[in-house]
Ligand binder design. Structure first.
Ligand SMILES: C[S@@+](CC[C@H](N)C(=O)[O-])C[C@H]1O[C@@H](n2cnc3c(N)ncnc32)[C@H](O)[C@@H]1O
Length: 458
């Protein structure tokens, strides 16, 4: 790289950067001509008395808001200076808790830009933030450094600057590289050890002392996988894994440290009454063989506590008992023991009330009743306006499952009747809430709902 990677930071407190930019690698990279950081203070561009740059928010509320004009003038001056030096315009980020998260992928993207000669501008907010019209009219890209609010954009800009700068060739020196670091392969980094060989009775892992290259690489890969599973399991969904990785993760997950399955707290009730018909009137729907099989298989896969098939019609309950008997203790169960294992979770019951009673007996405490709906509003009696449903959140329900039993109620026909919502403690949000077509079969909905609540993260 012939010219340095260029950064411009707009900040009301340029002195904030004097420490970080004048020590360690940042200072060395600047001296070596790898890096150039310009600091511009928007206060210098205020045309107001006392160089004010903020004012009260429209609409009221606490705090002050940074005005657009001084920031726009500071941006224009910084870019004019670059143009005079033959430097083209590059990306401009504004530090904001509501922005796109700073990730290693974004850092790499930005590093590619600065290494190809495009400058990077970082705008730091203060107070309550910046007048939104500056962000809109200048096309600034909001970037966040975490889901916590800090005093100002300076510390955030420094994070972006360091994350990008250390990817500039030559910045880290030959012996170091970003290739193995956390997030580089979508995983957290393995742990490090140095001398002494034994510290407070803890030895360095044997394999790392042996120095066999392939064995060390394998140990590190597994340590990365185990650490990611323990600390940030959601990252595994994005990581590129092979079959050995997945086997290792499964064994680790099933090993000693595995938390008790939340699934045991969850029960399903498939209601055939009271549900709505096409016209929105309460009705009773007949059993569907496939629903029973598939809901039981889902429940066994996710280790649920049980499945209740509720119908007030005694002949339908008898039919259900015969079917369950065939697939558990009868001929079906003998030829297909896997199916028997799943269908043993099912019980025929008369009503939702009976299902609640059965769960209470099994769990020793009454379950939270969770209604489900594909709709956003309750279907009203004729002549009345539809009433919006109030939904709980997925994380809240996961929290409830850790505390005690819950009964997930699914309706056949055209969904649960209004009286079921009245009995429920909470309503789960619809699946695919933004889709125009939302008519999932009840057994598919059950599988998706259960996976949202209990699914593995990869
Ligand atoms: C006190 S904060 C304003 C917070 C704002 N009222 C809100 O609730 O989103 C002042 C400035 O700090 C910066 N800032 C605070 N937290 C940040 C974060 N997590 N990521 C990036 N910038 C942040 C932004 O530039 C922001 O304009």
């Amino acid at each position: 790289m012939t010219s340095p990677a260029r950064f411009t930071i707009l900040s009301l407190f340029p002195e904030f950067f004097s420490g970080p930019l004048t020590c360690a690698q940042m200072a060395r990279a600047t001296e070596a001509g790898l890096l150039e950081v310009r600091l511009v203070n928007p206060r210098d561009f205020s045309t107001l008395r006392h160089h004010h740059v903020d004012d009260r928010p429209y609409g009221g509320g606490p705090g002050m808001v940074m005005q657009a004009e001084p920031l726009a003038a500071a941006l224009a001056k910084a870019e004019d200076d670059n143009t005079e030096r033959g430097v083209p315009r590059g990306r401009r980020l504004v530090m904001a808790p509501s922005g796109r998260p700073l990730t290693q992928a974004l850092a790499r993207e930005l590093a590619r830009d600065v290494c190809s000669g495009l400058p990077l501008t970082l705008v730091c907010g203060r107070y309550e933030g910046i007048d939104e019209r500056l962000i809109e009219t200048e096309g600034l890209e909001p970037v966040s450094v975490g889901e916590a609010v800090i005093n100002g954009g300076e510390a955030a800009a420094l994070c972006v600057l360091e994350a990008v700068a250390r990817l500039i060739p030559g910045f880290m020196g030959k012996e170091e590289s970003g290739d193995d670091e956390s997030f580089s392969a979508g995983l957290l980094e393995y742990p490090h050890y140095t001398r002494p060989e034994v510290y407070r009775g803890l030895p360095v892992p044997e394999v790392l002392r042996g120095g066999a290259h392939a064995a060390v690489a394998k140990w590190r890969r597994r340590a990365s996988l185990a650490r990611t599973l323990a600390r940030r399991p959601e990252l595994l969904a994005q990581a590129e894994l092979d079959g050995d990785d997945v086997e290792f993760l499964r064994a680790t997950h099933l090993g000693a440290g595995r938390p008790a399955s939340l699934g045991r707290s969850l029960f399903i009730c498939l209601l055939h009454h009271p549900v709505l018909d096409k016209a929105g009137k309460p009705c009773t729907v007949s059993l569907t063989n496939l629903d029973i099989h598939d809901m039981c298989r889902v429940s066994r896969t996710y280790e649920l506590g049980g499945v209740f098939i509720a119908t007030p019609l005694s002949d339908q309950r008898e039919l259900g008992e015969r079917l369950l008997g065939h697939w558990t203790e009868g001929a079906g169960g003998r030829v297909n023991p896997d199916r028997a294992e799943a269908l043993r979770l099912a019980r025929m019951v008369e009503s939702l009330e009976e299902a609640i009673l059965r769960v209470t007996e099994m769990a020793g405490v009454a379950p939270r009743v969770l209604a489900t709906s594909a709709r956003t509003h309750q279907r009203p009696p004729r002549g009345r306006k539809p009433r919006p449903l109030t939904f709980t959140s997925w994380p809240r329900v996961r929290g409830w499952l850790a505390e005690g039993p819950a009964l997930l109620v699914l309706g056949t026909g055209h969904g649960l009747a209004p009286e079921v919502f009245q009995k429920a403690h909470a309503v789960l949000p619809p699946l695919r809430p933004f889709a125009a077509y939302n008519h999932l079969p009840v057994r598919a909905a059950a599988a998706l709902l259960v996976d949202r609540l209990l699914g593995d993260t990869m």
